[in-house]
Design a protein around this ligand. Structure first.
Ligand code: PGA
Length: 253
């Protein structure tokens, strides 16, 4: 699996028709890209994205999954169904899921397990609140999130982690390259302790939080930033393509 993921988190945006229009524009130019592009559409647009990206190198996945495969869980979606639909990956533990939908680290651990068992690549999102960074509690918070989510993870399976400081998501307040790099280094070292140095080195560490074409070069040039998870700037094919092109330069495959 490539390490340089350029992933679009569309959140609750883009109907199936809008997703199709985006992909027609994006795919016309995506062939030259070397990085791993990934789209996380909202659920009802997944089928359209699956159809449009079939036969291309673009991965897609859902923004959430439930940890049970089937049963009386109204409104939920399972990893096994996602896999059957052709998804490669699933976003787990995004800060909006944690804060708006009360997802706990325990739920997240179960979701990672079910995604892995279904053969999906979990993209685990972690990050601290602004108050936690200001009071020097960033590392403590990230350690808890990593340990709780990853206990018992089978390291023979692929995993991707996105560091998304909550204060930088959708705020236009991007982490400085220094803050992002230092935090990524801490995550890499923690993965080495939880698992082993080889797994830590192989795991793609993405930065997310107000990534744009204007700041991608400096962030992508940091040694421990392997790729990006992009919200707002992934909604226009042009800016998503620009960021992917920058990643191709800073993190060649
Ligand atoms: P943003 O969102 O790029 O709009 O800050 C990132 C995310 O929530 O994944």
């Amino acid at each position: 699996m490539k390490k340089n993921w350029c992933a679009a988190n569309w959140k609750l945006n883009k109907s199936p028709n809008e997703a199709k229009a985006f992909l027609q524009e994006f795919l016309a130019q995506a062939k030259k890209l070397k990085c791993q592009t990934v789209i996380y559409p909202q659920n009802f647009s997944c089928t359209t994205v699956a159809e449009q990206t079939q036969g291309t190198d673009v991965f897609w996945g859902a923004q959430n999954c439930y940890y049970e495969d089937s049963g009386a869980f109204t409104g939920e979606n399972s990893s096994t169904i996602l896999k059957e639909m052709g998804a490669t990956t699933v976003l787990i533990g995004h800060s909006e899921r944690r804060s708006l939908f009360s997802e706990t680290d325990e739920d997240i651990a179960k979701k990672i397990k079910s995604a892995t068992q279904a053969g999906l690549v979990p993209l685990l999102c972690i990050g601290e609140l602004e108050s936690e960074r200001e009071s020097g509690k960033t590392e403590e918070k990230l350690l808890i999130q990593l340990e709780k989510a990853l206990t018992g993870f089978d390291t023979s399976r692929p995993l991707v982690i996105a560091y998304e400081p909550v204060w930088a998501i959708g705020t236009g307040k991007v982490a400085t390259p220094e803050i992002a790099e230092n935090t990524h280094l801490y995550i890499r070292e923690t993965l080495s302790e939880i698992f082993n140095p080889e797994t830590a080195e192989q795991t793609p560490l993405l930065y997310g939080g107000s990534v744009k074409p204007e700041n991608a070069e400096e962030l992508g040039s940091q040694p421990n930033i392997d790729g990006f998870l992009i919200g707002g700037a992934s909604l226009a094919a042009e800016s998503f393509l620009k960021i992917a092109e920058i990643l191709d330069r800073t993190n060649p495959s």
